[in-house]
Design a protein around this ligand. Structure first.
Ligand code: ATR
Length: 286
């Protein structure tokens, strides 16, 4: 890859940042479209976040994506934030405006929904209720995305009920969907009406405990989705596949959430292809 003096440069801000797939993902698209630009990993410690963000326009960056542990703090350091980021309480994409202002958005919910739409074109977000496992940042984004897409009823199931209640408190008035909090112990029993089940917890991820749940009560056409992508086929997805449910893995959400940033920085809505998935899967295996 060669860059000219006119190259458009964006960053990936995280701490650590070495595990991030974003430089490879954006690099793939930049190569595909032969764009004079780069997305650089930037290891920024929490105490340096404010300084690093202020430096972006000063150094001519077109923007950045933001990963752990900075998404919440970044929200407080923007000049402008979009309504999704405000409601979710976190920023994952920054665009530097022509005037040097920092504009923060949250594309995680968008990524989740776009991945579902691309993976299962017949999915009707308005056609039933969703069960969401987990009440962290990812759950907030997924719930926000589902509500924006038209899902009217969401069951929120979390180990710590107070965290689920906090999500309802923070999101409730800002989204159209009705959220019902369900105890963690009831997670296998609350599936009868669901047309979509989503795991947003870290359970099932490599190195984490397994997600113990029975899908016996889930309707046969219900979609099962996991935002965990290491492994790509989690035990939840394997169980769902065996029972004949349509399944959606977490890699697609990671890819689709990156599209709005790429488009804003480099001027092109990038395609999500099988070639890109294969490239990232090979990257994950390393
Ligand atoms: P993120 O921001 O990526 O979503 P997070 O805020 O750490 O991550 O949230 C992790 C989610 O996984 C939470 O819903 C957490 O449940 P608690 O609110 O009870 O902490 C859930 N989780 C993590 N480990 C779990 C476990 N062993 N059993 C059940 N849920 C677990």
């Amino acid at each position: 890859m060669t860059l000219t003096g006119k190259a458009r440069i964006a960053g990936v801000i995280g701490w650590p940042v070495s595990h991030s797939r974003s430089p490879a993902l954006h690099g793939y698209w930049l190569g595909q479209y032969n764009i004079d630009g780069a997305v650089l990993p930037l290891a920024v410690a929490p105490e340096d976040l404010s300084l690093a963000l202020k430096a972006l326009p000063k150094m001519g960056f077109v923007g950045a994506c933001v990963t752990l542990p900075h998404k919440q703090q970044t929200l407080t350091l923007m000049d402008d934030v979009d309504p999704a980021a405000q409601t979710i309480g976190a920023v994952n994409t920054i665009v530097v405006g022509n005037d040097g202002r920092l504009i923060g958005s949250n594309t995680d919910g968008f990524g989740f929904i776009e991945n579902l739409r691309q993976s299962i074109p017949a999915w009707d977000p308005e056609g039933g209720s969703a069960v969401v496992l987990g009440a962290g940042g990812a759950a907030r984004a997924v719930i926000h995305g589902l509500a924006a897409a038209g899902t009217g009823k969401i069951c929120l199931v979390n180990r710590t009920e107070s965290n689920a209640r906090k999500v309802v408190e923070d999101l409730g008035d800002n989204i159209k969907a009705k959220i019902q909090v369900v105890p963690w112990s009831e997670r296998s029993n609350e599936l009868e009406d669901a047309t979509l089940l989503v795991n947003t917890t870290s359970l099932g991820m490599q190195g984490q405990p397994a997600l113990e749940i029975s899908l016996a009560r889930l309707g046969p056409n219900a979609i099962v989705s996991d935002i965990v992508y290491t492994p790509l086929e989690t035990d939840l997805l394997a169980q769902a596949k065996q029972r004949g449910h349509p399944i959606v893995d977490g890699l697609g959400m990671l890819i689709h959430q990156a599209r709005p940033g790429f488009k804003a920085w480099f001027g092109r809505d990038p395609e999500v292809t099988e070639g890109l998935r294969k490239f990232l899967i090979a990257d994950l295996m390393e």
